[in-house]
Design a protein around this ligand. Structure first.
Ligand code: S3P
Length: 440
């Protein structure tokens, strides 16, 4: 089957559509990892069955944990907090997943056997020094390729010492990896962390593990002590706002349209896109808000916009919308005026250098923009209407590039040839199916 996806026609407007997107990726991976350390059978409903989550499942299986994957739920039979059983020199493949690759290191910090962590081409280009540095402070031995990349070898240590660490990138993956290491370490590990998604903290609190969280204006203070035991737990994974965002943005770029995305995780550390869209003049709101095991859930309602406004985006919103910027740039492309996004160097640290790619896609669309290593200025055109052929390829199979390009094609027209369709399997295998539902 061809892995090229061609879009030749803009989407017609759609009204009052209701969609459900798949389970949250961050929560799915965290559930798999924590359930693997719990004592007994844990069950998750609406677990995201995507390549990143399957890679997480394969990793815990290799660590000796039994998993049953059913159509409607997944069961993990944890062997307790020190229950991993594996041979010397095993290799764990994190495939494309930065979250898995980084978080699992924290859990393996007391391994007395050597473990090799590998990843695919994209993950092997990404920075692992950012987690290796703090984990070495705990006492772990870590060898990185070129002191920065995968493959890496980890040899943990039984004589761990707690650390004090300032996580200043706003990276939830680094923060979570250190939190996991702290759970294995006698004494109190203290992290001062620039704001980023806090699912790990909320899950540990829900599980009554020894974590304390004080929220300050610009950072959180997190204190973790050694855990003795995790009780098995069931979880209904809410839908992923990052997946919902493709259809949210498609709606706001399509006049006379409206859409509701059901049951989405609207954790305040994830809703930067909603705040940004509101500032840009989009009618978007939350309905049926409710709490579930510490996480906030709601239906998101959004309407197509006639008058999009440009934005000088506050960088305080960067972390809470970090996976949505390719889409936000598309909204800026249609907004009246010049938009500016800054302090976005982290965006070039993703599955592909996304700030560069954002600019490249806008260039292909004929939208003027000025990009640096950490910022982009976008000169919006409310009458944007593409007529030419655009080809998107060689983008390290970054799932979000494929899906954002599909949204651009449907919103702005032109003939788009998108390579590597199967990249959607990383985070959102149902993406094209839901697009078809909206188009029906
Ligand atoms: C994630 C954190 C973010 C995000 C990624 C998922 C997580 O990465 O981009 O898609 O689940 O912790 P960083 O922590 O590197 O910013």
């Amino acid at each position: 089957m061809s892995d090229i996806f061609v879009i030749k026609k803009k989407i017609n407007n759609f009204y009052n559509k209701i969609v459900r997107v798949s389970g949250d990726k961050s929560l799915s991976i965290r559930w798999v990892l924590l359930a693997s350390l719990a004592k007994g059978k844990s069950r998750a409903f609406n677990l995201l069955y995507s390549d990143d989550v399957r890679a997480s499942i394969n990793v815990i299986k290799k660590l000796g944990i039994k998993v049953k994957l059913k159509k409607n739920f997944c069961e993990i039979y944890g062997e307790g907090f020190n229950g991993y059983k594996y041979k010397e020199n095993i290799t764990l493949d994190a495939q494309n997943s930065g979250t898995l690759g980084r978080l699992i290191l924290g859990l393996l910090i007391n391994s007395d056997k050597k473990i090799k962590i590998i990843g695919d081409k994209s993950l092997s280009k990404r920075d692992f020094k950012r987690v290796a540095d703090p984990l070495r402070k705990f006492g772990a031995k870590l060898n990185l390729t070129n002191n920065r990349n995968l493959p890496l070898n980890i040899l943990g240590t039984k004589s761990l010492k707690p650390i004090k660490y300032f996580e200043n990138r706003g990276s939830a993956q680094c923060k979570s990896s250190i939190i996991f290491a702290g759970l294995r370490t006698e004494g109190t590990t203290i992290i001062k962390a620039k704001k980023s998604r806090d699912h790990t903290e909320l899950l540990l609190k829900y599980l009554k593990l020894p974590i304390r969280l004080s929220r300050r204006k610009n950072y959180d203070l997190i204190k973790i002590k050694k855990a003795k035991k995790i009780n098995s737990f069931n979880y209904h994974i809410p839908s992923d706002i990052s997946s919902a965002s493709f259809f949210i943005v498609l709606t706001c770029l399509t006049e006379n349209s409206s859409l509701t995305v059901k049951n989405v995780n609207i954790n305040p550390s994830r809703i930067g896109i909603v705040i940004i869209l509101k500032k840009m003049g989009v009618e978007i709101n939350f309905r049926n808000k409710r709490f579930y095991k510490g996480e906030l859930i709601a239906d998101i309602f959004v309407k197509g916009s006639k008058n999009l406004k440009s934005i000088n985006c506050p960088s305080s919103l960067n972390a809470s919308s970090i996976d949505e910027f390719l889409l936000i740039f598309l909204v800026a492309a249609k907004a009246k005026g010049v938009s500016f996004f800054k302090n976005l160097n982290e965006l070039n640290q993703k599955e592909s250098p996304r700030l560069k790619w954002g600019s490249k896609i806008l260039n292909l669309m004929g939208v003027k923009n000025i990009v640096t290593d950490s910022s982009i200025k976008i000169f919006g055109n409310p009458n944007i209407n593409i007529k030419k052929k655009i080809t998107i390829r060689n983008y390290l199979k970054d799932h979000r590039i494929f899906m954002s390009s599909a949204i651009a094609a449907l919103a702005f027209g032109g003939e788009w040839h998108l390579y590597n369709k199967s990249s959607i399997n990383t985070s959102f295998p149902n993406f094209l199916k839901i697009l078809r539902e909206i188009q029906k």
